[in-house]
Design a binder for this molecule. Structure first.
Ligand SMILES: Cc1ncc(COP(=O)(O)O)c(C=O)c1O
Length: 335
């Protein structure tokens, strides 16, 4: 098992390894953590602001902006790099190449800057200004693709480059790389299980590469097959939920397994925008758009459950990132 991966897994199963951690006395253990070691173990936040009229429903969000790169994608990126190094596919002298709509790129760029490897990213030109600035801040090389082609245009360019110059690039290919979903299988799911003391009844997640949904669902279903897992996606190919994919009209990620979902809910961009405004103004939570969309999905589910049977539930979702990278978007100012 790769080193970064085992560290992430170990921190996720802190209860088991706590004794060993206390006993450790090396300087590394006692004097802080490396950036990679800080990935994962994000807090679970109660979203009481939106469940007041849903008695019996507890809604919890994994606050993924606590990761050092600011999003859930730190988990996948760190595991992809660790596994590729361990298997010899990514060695000194190679450039990490991938297609990314932003957050994975930020995670790769952060890791590259921290660990000393070059990073080239293909991304649609219309990603938010804040994301471009962050990537430039980390010193990544960015190749822009036509916004009209969406994330698929970026994928096509990365594939072309990787095929033309295999000696130059390690093509991380987050859409096909099993290390992506395994990061969540080993960390996110176990954290949710421990943080809810095994009381989670529903897991709800927006999909981009689908790594978060696939990995977390696979592990949660092992821990308790009765946990219901609900995937979310935008309701059309033209949407403003950055990082999310409308599977029916997109290049379907190789790691995606539709059969894992107990059900799938589609989310309208306008509803996600409205939820982002509502949670920031009335809940004190400045969420990214896909995180707000995830809360919309959870509330749809919770309302249906209430209407049917007035059932109790502990719903956990992933709040992929905070709103800071989207502040230049106009929807914040609407009423
Ligand atoms: C903001 C945001 N939300 C959701 C996702 C989807 O996560 P995953 O790729 O694990 O499906 C991403 C992925 O990049 C993202 O950046």
């Amino acid at each position: 098992m790769a080193q970064g991966l085992s560290k992430m897994g170990a921190r996720s199963t802190g209860a088991q390894l706590g004794g060993r951690r206390e006993a450790a006395s090396t300087l590394g253990e006692t004097l802080g953590h490396s950036l990679v070691e800080r990935i994962g173990n994000t807090p679970l936040v109660r979203l009481d602001a939106v469940t007041a009229d849903l008695p019996g429903i507890v809604l919890l969000g994994k606050a993924e902006w606590y990761n050092p790169g600011g999003s859930v994608k730190d988990r996948a990126a760190a595991n992809i790099v660790a596994e590729a190094r361990a298997s010899g596919r990514f060695m000194a002298g190679k450039i990490l190449l991938d297609a990314t709509s932003g957050n994975t790129g930020i995670a790769y760029a952060m890791l590259g800057a921290a660990e000393g490897f070059p990073v080239t990213l293909c991304m649609p030109e219309n990603v938010s200004r804040e994301r471009k600035q962050i990537l430039q801040g980390y010193g990544a090389n960015i190749l822009y693709t036509d916004p009209g082609d969406g994330s698929d245009g970026a994928i096509r360019l990365a594939r072309e480059l990787a095929a033309k110059h295999p000696e130059q690039y390690f093509y991380a290919d987050q859409y096909s790389n099993d290390a992506n979903w395994k990061a969540h299988y080993l960390t996110t799911a176990n954290e949710i299980w421990q943080q809810t003391q095994g009381r989670v009844t529903h897991f709800v997640s927006m999909m981009g590469t689908s790594g978060t949904f696939v990995g977390t669902t696979r592990r949660l279903k092992e821990l308790n097959p009765r946990v219901e897992c609900i995937s979310l996606q935008p309701d059309s190919s033209f949407h403003g939920i950055e990082g999310a994919k409308h599977m029916a009209s997109a290049i379907v990620p190789k790691i995606y397994d539709a059969s894992l979902a107990d059900r799938n809910i589609e989310i309208a961009t306008e509803d996600a925008y409205a939820m982002a405004r509502r949670l920031s103004r009335n809940g004190g939570l400045l969420l990214g758009i896909s995180a707000a969309a995830a809360v919309v999905g959870c509330l749809k589910l919770a309302s249906e459950m209430q209407a049917r049977k007035g059932r109790e539930a502990v719903i956990v979702t992933i709040l992929c990132d905070s709103g800071e990278k989207y502040l230049s978007e106009r929807f914040w100012n609407e009423k």
